[in-house]
Design a protein around this ligand. Structure first.
Ligand code: ATP
Ligand code: MG
Ligand code: ZN
Length: 263
């Protein structure tokens, strides 16, 4: 007699998904930064995670993943799994951080800057059929194109001449009344992912939250640009070099010309 354990096939009718060889069941956790209660919600899904990573960063490996609950969209996702054993809670903290950054991106876009930005909708996936290793990961849509790091949480600023990512960081600092700073801006074009939030009190948002030290590192290296001016952000003058602020055209004179931003 065949022993029956719950299979993907028996799980499928409730989900209305097509079985794909190698797929597995997962619980998908999403965070709504606008909700006042019940910010976390979960749904059942089927995913297929490629066994070999296609990329890796300092801390995580990235795997192509198909989300079978998205039959109408491409369903192309990236699963990110820590290289070192990581507490389940820190995956949730990363998603919460990215979704809070998403809310700040909405505030930024509301000021009608020349280029709108977005943070990818991320989620936690828990693999319910696994019994060991990598029971949980972070996931988000896969974005085609050149992935770039624009700044980091300890004062690195890319020399690619993009204004928007740098101004967004500055914007979060000013518009939070200097209570937080969203940094580690990276992604494809202005589709961002994997941000870090520094807070005045240094509480929350994982070990990358460098608190006021993080603010200082940003203030030391950020150079205000035409978008900072357009947003009326209080100018920051790096100690080492003179800021661009005095020499760029007044953005209100050139707006809505997008020449204050390069690709
Ligand atoms: P770092 O510390 O440098 O930020 P990390 O360990 O946080 O690295 P991730 O940022 O998670 O690593 O991503 C690792 C790599 O996966 C990236 O460098 C990029 O090449 C790729 N990648 C990450 N997210 C996506 C995405 N949404 N779409 C396409 N590629 C991605
Ligand atoms: Mg990263
Ligand atoms: Zn600035």
């Amino acid at each position: 007699v065949k022993k029956s354990k719950p299979t993907n096939e028996s799980f499928l009718p409730t989900l209305n998904m097509t079985f794909l060889e190698g797929s597995e069941r997962a619980v998908k956790w999403e965070y709504d930064p606008y909700a006042t209660t019940a910010q976390w919600t979960c749904t059942a899904t089927l995913v297929k995670v490629e066994p070999v990573p296609f990329a890796e960063g300092a801390f995580r490996k990235a795997y192509h993943t198909q989300d079978l609950s998205k039959p109408n969209e491409s369903g192309r996702y990236v699963s990110k799994i820590s290289k070192k054993p990581t507490a389940r809670g820190s995956y949730f903290e990363d998603v919460r951080m990215q979704m809070i950054a998403k809310k700040w991106a909405d505030k930024y876009n509301a000021l009608k800057p020349p280029k709108k930005i977005e943070f990818l909708q991320s989620c936690v996936l828990e693999f319910v059929d696994r019994t060991s290793s990598d029971l949980v990961c972070g996931a988000e849509p896969y974005v085609e194109g050149q992935y770039r790091k624009y700044n980091n949480n300890s004062g690195f600023v890319s020399n690619d001449e993009r204004n928007t990512p740098q101004s967004f960081s500055h914007f979060t600092y000013e518009h939070s009344n200097r209570q937080l700073l969203i940094i580690d801006i990276q992604g494809v074009g202005d589709h961002y992912t994997d941000p870090q939030i520094h807070t005045y009190d240094g509480v929350g948002f994982g070990i990358g939250n460098l608190g006021q030290k993080g603010f200082e590192k940003f203030l030391d290296t950020h150079k205000c640009n035409a978008i900072c001016q357009y947003l009326n952000l209080q100018s920051i003058n790096p100690k080492s070099e003179k800021s661009d602020c005095g020499t760029v055209p007044r953005p209100d004179l050139i707006f809505p010309d997008t020449s204050i931003e390069r690709d």
